[in-house]
Design a protein around this ligand. Structure first.
Ligand code: NDP
Length: 260
C-alpha cells in the first residue's frame, strides 16, 4: 500500500506559488513527490521558484498567469496539461492585500474591484477550469480532485478598514462550501485555508512597523508570526488521500490568533 502522503503520481497547480505561502506549500508537496506547476504574473519569480522546486527533486514548471483574466487562466491550464497530462489538485492561493485600507465611506470603486478580482474572481476562474478537467476524468473512471483556496482570518473577524479584503475572502469561504456539496459526487474535495499573520512580501511593510508589532504580537498565543513553511503540512494533508473524507471546511492556521 502506498504511503498516505505519497504524492509521486500527483500533479498540483499552485497559483501565487512563486513566493510566500504558495511556495511554502509547493515545497512540501515537492518533498512528497508531487509534480508542480506554479503560476504567477512575474516570470523571474516563477523561474526562481521552479529552480528551488527542481533542486528538491520535483518535476516543476511555471506558467505566467494573471488569475484575474479568464483567457490567461485557460491558457495556463492548457499549458500545464500539455506538460503533465493531468491536474489532480489546484491551490487557488494567489491574492493581494486590501488596497488603500481606510474608512468604508471613502472606499473607491476601483480598489473594491481590484481586490475582488484577485482574491475572489481568481479563485472562481481557476476552480472552474480545474473542476471541468476533474469531472471529465471522473467520468472516464478516475475520480480524484482537490480544490483548495487560501482565504484569511480576515474573513471571520471584523476586518475594519479592510472590508473589501474581508468580503472577498468571506465569499471564497462560501464558494468553497457550495462547491464541496456540488462536486463531492465526482470525488472532488473542496476546502479553504485561513492564515493569520504570516511573514511574506504581503505583510513586509506591516512587520517593519514597531507599533503594529507591539499591538499584534501579544494577540498571537504562539507569540510569533507564521512562516510559509507552516503551510507545508496542511498542503500535504489536503492534497493526499489522508483527507479523502474532509470537504467543505475552513482550516484556520494562525498560531491561535483568532481564538484569543
Ligand atoms: P505574497 O505577496 O508573498 O504572494 C502573493 C502571490 O500571489 C505571489 O506569488 C503573486 O505572484 C501572486 N499573485 C498576486 N496577484 C496575482 C494575480 N492577479 N495573478 C496571479 N498571481 C498573482 O503573499 P502571501 O504569500 O502572503 O499570500 C498568499 C495568499 O495568502 C493570498 O491569497 C493572501 O491573501 C493570503 N493570506 C496571507 C496572509 C499573510 O499574513 N501573509 C494572511 C491571510 C491570508 P506575482 O506577483 O508573480 O503575480
Amino acid at each position: 500500500m502506498a504511503h498516505l502522503f505519497d504524492l509521486s503520481n500527483r500533479v498540483a497547480v499552485v497559483t501565487g506559488g512563486n513566493g510566500g505561502i504558495g511556495l511554502g506549500m509547493a515545497e512540501a508537496l515537492a518533498g512528497a513527490g508531487c509534480a508542480l506547476s506554479v503560476w504567477g504574473r512575474n516570470a523571474a519569480k516563477n523561474a526562481a521558484a521552479v529552480d528551488r522546486l527542481t533542486r528538491l527533486g520535483a518535476r516543476a514548471e511555471a506558467q505566467v498567469c494573471d488569475v484575474t483574466s479568464g483567457d490567461s487562466v485557460e491558457a495556463a491550464f492548457a499549458a500545464t496539461l500539455a506538460r503533465f497530462g493531468r491536474v489532480d489538485g489546484l491551490f487557488a492561493n494567489a491574492g493581494v492585500t486590501g488596497a488603500n485600507p481606510g474608512p468604508f465611506i471613502d472606499r473607491k470603486a476601483d480598489d473594491w474591484k481590484g481586490v475582488m478580482a484577485a482574491n475572489l474572481d481568481g479563485v472562481v476562474k481557476t476552480f472552474q477550469v480545474a473542476a471541468r478537467h476533474m469531472i471529465e476524468r471522473a467520468r472516464a473512471g478516475d475520480p480524484f480532485g482537490r480544490l483548495i483556496a487560501t482565504s484569511s482570518v480576515a474573513s471571520i473577524e471584523g476586518a475594519a478598514y479592510n472590508e473589501h479584503y474581508g468580503a472577498a475572502k468571506g465569499a471564497v469561504n462560501s464558494l468553497v462550501r457550495a462547491l464541496a456539496v456540488e462536486l463531492a459526487r465526482h470525488g472532488i474535495t473542496v476546502n479553504t485555508i485561513l492564515p493569520g499573520w504570516i511573514e511574506t512580501d504581503m505583510t513586509a511593510s506591516a512587520l517593519q512597523n514597531e507599533k503594529f508589532l507591539s499591538n499584534v504580537t501579544p494577540r498571537i498565543p504562539m507569540r510569533r508570526f507564521g512562516q510559509p513553511a507552516d503551510f507545508g503540512g496542511i498542503a500535504l494533508y489536503l492534497m493526499s488521500t489522508a483527507s479523502a473524507y474532509h470537504t467543505g471546511q475552513a482550516l484556520v492556521i494562525d498560531g491561535g490568533y483568532s481564538i484569543y
